[in-house]
Design a protein. Sequence first.
Length: 253
Amino acid sequence: MAGWASLGPVCAQTGTTNDAVLRYEEPRFLSGIIYAKGPERTNVLFKFTRSATRSGNTLKVLREFTQPDGELAARERVAYEGDELVSYELEELQTGGRGSAQIRTESENITKHEIFFQYAKDGATNSKPRTRSEPLKKDVLIADMVGPFLKAHFDELAKGQVVKCRYIVVPRRETVGFAFTKEANSTWQGQKVFIIKMEPTSPIIAELVEPLVFTMEAEGQHRVLEYTGRTTPKVRTGNKWKDLEAVTVFDWK
């Protein structure tokens, strides 16, 4: 999921100690394969890695998407302080686009918590990025936070309840409303899983973005095993870059 960046809440627990595991700390390393949509998982489009490093209560996460030949296609950098998001940076190396979302707290010029966005379609030319800000609301996510958010709301989802969030979309310089619902019980490589659907709450956005579908462990650690939908890298069609709908399978070994 991406660019819509490309898996809780920002206003999460505070007062975390240095000894406690932070909400987004694990896994320290995670890899995955991004396949073309279809019944056969043979067409590898990209590879994904997530690595996390911690110093005190500061957690930094690097998420990279590479082509099969190893060339870097996109990069995401995330910073958390305790269990709260501080900043998210997106580098679209295929197109040259880059931007960020920063959580800014009360100061002389800011009367309340806000998200400050900036984005330039072609960062390589040093063009001035366009900026925008909006008030920080409850349960604002980026892709790196989706897995823990689903785990935190597992009981509600298991009961068929709807769980809502706001999702940071750096290229649009805004957050977009989404709703999670359990679509079905199923099995995945012999495991019991829930099929969780994530779809826009706005009918206008729903016309632009297909629902994302997550396969989540029904037992154990409730990890996200794979998801189908929009991801961070893009695909080239003719002379244009287009958003990619694909299948991402994570390797938890």
